[in-house]
Design a protein around this ligand. Structure first.
Ligand code: FAD
Length: 476
């Protein structure tokens, strides 16, 4: 029999359950990707589409070197998969699950349409180490707090070792020409994306390289260096993991092997594994709250008195990295320039938006969704709810990050700020995180005129903090 593999968020050949199963059973096999943006909820952003374009190109090249090719098409998924199944004379379609609410509906619609033409859909688990719908605490309920979640999950985790890429059966004889990648419209019309290319290598080879570079380099010092945005202390695997360009089981085992080889690095790498645990937890929360990207878990926050920003000037200044707070601006500019932002700084810019500017966190969620190459429904929604104090196990609302203190602590020499905010680069490290408080002669020495070269702070940090706390207490 012939088969299709419906590729989705699993864009790799190695340790790919759907491809492996199909390769075992099918005489001929068509790997199909259907671009169906109207079926995803919420809408996928521009940076993520940029990544997808290049990831599909890399996958096509990988398939070509394995004697196959990627069959690209545009949705509706159910209708197009029926078409591809018919022209391929396929009896089965294999895919891996995406643990997001819209994807479950998509799978159900596809299964029904295929069944109507006598084709079976087989959905295999992938992408996570746990089943987000199945994890339960001792009293049989889902977890709301990370620490007990991870303690219990970690103790039971025993993912299988990753499988190598299978030998792929050839393509069915009568398949049509695939749609050219360029016609999917994944690249933006205004080519702002050219600056992303030097930062990333989408695809399985780039993912593997990131993992190896991390384990050989920053990994053993992850515990101490992961919070310092000027240092390459983290793996930058997030977009690769999101698109399934590397199997989560492969990452898990590579890290566990590194722990065996270098016992001195075991603790640091345990911290890294716990970060993978946060990713698992995000999906567990998303499973509990399908509207995680817009509905606060703590319902009181639906009544939060957000600040009026009628012409959108505050939000706009935040997005552009023009708030006058160097660490916040550095983060927002890093995001715009590279499609990624350091985790510590994501927390700082988030806290500033929601607490100092007192604007709804959903605005931040939407901007990150549009601009992050690693945008992930579960992790981004959890991250914003955490920062805003309205999520499960969130930082309490009254914990308001002070961006000046955060800068002094995590960017002590000011290197990160100097890189992204060159306007203030001439200030000494003692003042780089609060140029408005620098003596006039220190500013004059480096030719910095606040309000002309770099904005005055958009809000006073102490006053806005007090206002935020008052608004929170009024919630009751
Ligand atoms: P590493 O430190 O190398 O961590 C390894 C992997 O663990 C990451 O690739 C990621 O898959 C996972 N991970 C690490 N931290 C977290 C976390 N806090 N939550 C969930 N998973 C985590 N991460 C995304 O992948 N996509 C998002 O859209 C996203 N949005 C965020 C929004 C906010 C407001 C915040 C505070 C965090 C967000 N994160 C998101 C989590 C985190 O910032 C990124 O995963 C991390 O910065 C990615 O860089 P890295 O791969 O070098 O991470």
């Amino acid at each position: 029999t012939n088969a299709l593999v419906w590729l989705r968020r699993d864009l790799r050949l190695a340790d790919q359950p759907a491809l492996a199963r199909a390769a075992q059973t099918a005489e001929r096999l068509a790997p199909v990707y259907i671009h169906a943006p109207a079926e995803t909820r919420p809408t996928v952003g521009a940076a993520s589409c940029w990544w997808l374009h290049h990831s599909l190109a890399a996958l096509d090249a990988e398939l070509a070197s394995a004697g196959s090719r990627l069959c690209l098409d545009t949705g509706p998924s159910a209708e197009r998969l029926c078409h591809w199944a018919q022209v391929s004379d396929a009896a089965v379609v294999y895919c891996t699950a995406i643990a997001e609410p819209w994807a479950r509906q998509q799978e159900a619609a596809v299964a029904e349409a295929l069944a109507a033409i006598g084709v079976r859909l087989e959905v295999l688990a992938d992408g996570l180490l746990t089943d987000p719908s199945a994890v339960r605490n001792r009293s049989g309920t889902p977890y709301r707090a990370f620490t007990p979640f991870w303690r219990s999950v970690r103790a039971q985790l025993d993912p299988p070792r990753p499988a190598p890429p299978p030998a792929l059966p050839g393509l069915p004889e009568a398949i049509p020409e695939p749609q050219p990648l360029e016609t999917l419209g994944l690249l933006p019309r205004i080519r702002w994306d050219e600056k992303l290319a030097p930062c990333w290598q989408p695809g399985a080879a780039g993912a593997q390289q990131r993992l190896e570079r991390f384990l050989d380099g920053a990994g053993p010092a992850y515990g101490e260096r992961r919070d310092f945005p000027a240092q390459p202390g983290t793996s930058r695997l997030s977009p690769h993991l999101h698109f399934g360009e590397i199997s989560i089981r492969a990452v898990w085992h590579a890290v566990r092997d590194a722990q065996q080889m270098q016992p001195a690095a075991a603790d640091a790498l345990d911290t890294f594994l716990a970060e993978l645990g946060w990713r698992e937890f995000a999906y567990h929360l998303l499973w509990q709250q399908p509207e995680l990207h817009r509905t606060p878990i703590d319902e009181r926050f639906s009544r939060f008195p957000w600040r009026e920003d009628p012409d959108g000037a505050l939000l706009d200044a935040w997005r552009r990295g023009a708030t006058g707070i160097p660490l916040v601006d550095a983060g927002m500019r890093e995001l715009w320039a590279t499609g990624w932002m350091h985790n510590r700084v994501r927390m700082v810019v988030g806290s500033f938006l929601v607490k100092n500017l007192r604007l709804p966190w959903q605005h931040g969620e939407a901007h990150f969704r549009d601009t992050l190459v690693d945008w992930d429904l579960a992790s981004n929604s959890m991250g914003w709810q955490w920062v805003s104090g309205c999520g499960a196990d969130a930082a309490p609302y009254f914990r308001i990050f002070n961006p000046v203190r955060q800068g002094e602590r995590f960017d002590p020499d000011g290197d990160y700020v100097r890189h992204w905010v060159p306007e203030v680069a001439g200030l000494p490290k003692s003042h780089i995180h609060q140029p408005w408080a620098a003596p006039a002669d220190a500013r004059a020495r480096c030719g910095l005129h606040l309000g002309r070269d770099y904005p005055e702070p958009l809000v006073d940090l102490a006053t806005s903090r007090k206002e935020a706390l008052a608004a929170f207490h009024a919630l009751g």
